[in-house]
Design a protein. Sequence first.
Length: 132
Amino acid sequence: PEATPEQVGQMLTAEGYTVEETTGSWKDPDAMLEKVLHAETGTFSFDFFDLKTDKAAYDLWKQLYGLVKEQMNTGDAVDSSSTYANVNLYRIENGGTYVAVIRVGSTVAYAGSTVDGREAVSAVLEAMGYPT
């Protein structure tokens, strides 16, 4: 099941992150964004997007996936992707950076960290009930 912004905000706060609502700082020409949450530390960045439809979430996931793959899939990159039911998952590790882009239903999570901090990414996603 997909997480709600309220659940994600509470979970990130409980994990010690400061959470900001950043919905207004994203371009949204089709008015599909319901809410965007952002949390960040020195080595960890996390964005959670709640969209109006599964299709809008898939379109955003596809856009983020394309950007991440283009920027990071070079040299010694190790990446993997999975799709099943209403879930799309892309992970990549390269040059000391780890990024995961996940869509579940009408939500998208984008998480990045140093490779050493990938456990923090996994912990957040697992707490949300999302695949890692």
